[in-house]
Design a protein around this ligand. Structure first.
Ligand SMILES: Nc1ncnc2c1ncn2[C@@H]1O[C@H](COP(=O)(O)OP(=O)(O)OP(=O)(O)O)[C@@H](O)[C@H]1O
Ligand SMILES: O=C(O)[C@H](O)COP(=O)(O)O
Length: 393
């Protein structure tokens, strides 16, 4: 990575403004999944151990420039305090007099968490006045919020122009793992793309076709490809206007020598429900009134075999409607194959990360990205504004 990192900064006695992604699920005022908070601990602990005064900032949800009581960061401060084993000061403001006073009272190694930065209308607009007010609080800027790096906001991009800046350890790890995969992959390199819609994955598929040895397609988006190849898909998901594109991808794969892999059998259901009648059928046998909601047993075997033989695998998007147990077997099989392979397994965030967490397999993966939209945009080959804004080495 050509960006400065924590090791390039001298932070002792300095006020460090550290942007983190604490956009975590909450229920009844409690954090229900602290993965993203734990992922930021290496940077926070490094800063406190080095004697920095740590000012943390994050967004939570989408309050659109208004104060929304349920989106205050107090539960996050409580959870963070438990995880670091010391007090975390939390302000009710994002900047201004209250914050400046609180910062002035901090000692080396102390941690302060600002209120939800998206309570300020200037945050999402990347308002220079807000970036300036945030920059005024600190001497140095560290961005560890990989999950929000695809947003050009005041606390992710604007502020970086106003202070010496560097990437945090989580940011560095995410960029190293995903970056290495895209630039210099070990081979065979396999990408597995699932999820609901072709339109959400067009750029990811296109970018991967230039890099991978195997491109495996599953989930709802597979059926547009299958229909485009001349099979009937019954009531399965179809994006009619993407059928030509689907065929273009298959042609591009052929031209590039990429093994483009589609399901050979599927699980069909007569209803979108847990209690539906279901059966496994070959891909050219989908009944007109039924809907395919998961990959079938033969496909599970083929996909698992490819994963077992790969040196690097990146997975984004479920293979079926994994939220319903009857249609979770395809996603489970792929998750198991990634957990067991000797290759390096990368989970590209979002729903796939939720799935491996649900199956209790997260620990068995080599890397589970904390970014949903951010990792997707990175895999599309886009520049992330939160990274671009940081100082070059
Ligand atoms: N065959 C299918 N028919 C209908 N829906 C499906 C099918 N397979 C998967 N899905 C649904 O697709 C949804 C996930 O797709 P989506 O594109 O939103 O997420 P994703 O690909 O995981 O993206 P990200 O990882 O970036 O969040 C799941 O809720 C799942 O139920
Ligand atoms: O959860 C995420 O993907 C990030 O925190 C970004 O959130 P956003 O999509 O609301 O910008």
């Amino acid at each position: 990575m050509n960006k400065k990192t924590l090791q390039d900064l001298d932070v002792k006695g300095k006020k460090v403004f550290c942007r983190v992604d604490f956009n975590v699920p909450m229920k009844d005022g409690e954090v229900t999944d602290d993965t993203r908070i734990r992922a930021a601990l290496p940077t926070i602990n490094y800063l406190t151990e080095q004697g920095a005064i740590v000012i943390l900032a994050s967004h939570l949800g989408r309050p659109k420039g208004q104060v929304v009581e349920e989106l205050r960061l107090d539960p996050v401060a409580k959870k963070l305090s438990e995880l670091v084993g010391k007090d975390v000061t939390k302000t009710d403001a994002v900047y201004g007099e209250e914050v400046e006073k609180a910062v002035a009272e901090l000692n080396e190694g102390d941690i302060l968490l600002l209120e939800n930065v998206r309570f300020e209308a200037g945050e999402e607009k990347n308002d220079p006045a807000l970036a300036e007010a945030l920059a005024k609080l600190a001497d140095v800027y560290v961005n560890d919020a990989f999950g929000a790096a695809h947003r050009a906001h005041a606390s992710t991009a604007g502020i970086a122009e106003k202070l010496p800046s560097a990437a945090g350890l989580l940011m560095q790890k995410e960029l190293d793992v995903l970056g290495k995969a895209l630039e210099n992959p070990e081979r065979p390199f396999t990408a597995i793309i699932g999820g609901a819609k072709v339109k959400d994955k067009i750029n990811v598929i296109d970018n991967f076709l230039d890099k991978v040895d195997n491109l495996i397609i599953g989930g709802g988006l597979a059926y547009t490809f299958i229909k485009a190849q001349g099979h009937e898909i019954g009531k399965s998901l179809l994006e009619e206007d993407k059928m030509d594109l689907a065929n273009e991808f298959i042609e591009k794969a052929k031209a590039k020598g990429v093994n483009f892999v589609l399901p050979v059998d599927v699980i069909v259901a007569d209803d979108f429900s847990e209690t539906a009648n279901t059966k496994a059928v070959a891909i050219d046998q989908i009944p007109a009134e039924w809907e395919a909601l998961d990959i079938g047993p033969k496909t599970r075997e083929i996909y698992s075999q490819i994963v077992a033989e790969s040196k690097l695998i990146i997975w984004n998007g479920p293979m079926g409607v994994f939220e319903l147990d009857v249609f979770a077997n395809g996603t489970k099989a792929v998750a198991n194959a990634l957990a067991e392979t000797a290759g390096y397994s990368v989970i590209g965030g979002g729903d796939s990360a939720a799935a491996v967490e649900k199956f209790g397999l997260a620990e068995k993966m080599d890397h589970v990205s904390t970014g949903g939209g951010a990792s997707l945009e990175f895999m599309e080959g886009k520049v992330l504004p939160g990274v671009a804004a940081l100082d070059d080495k």
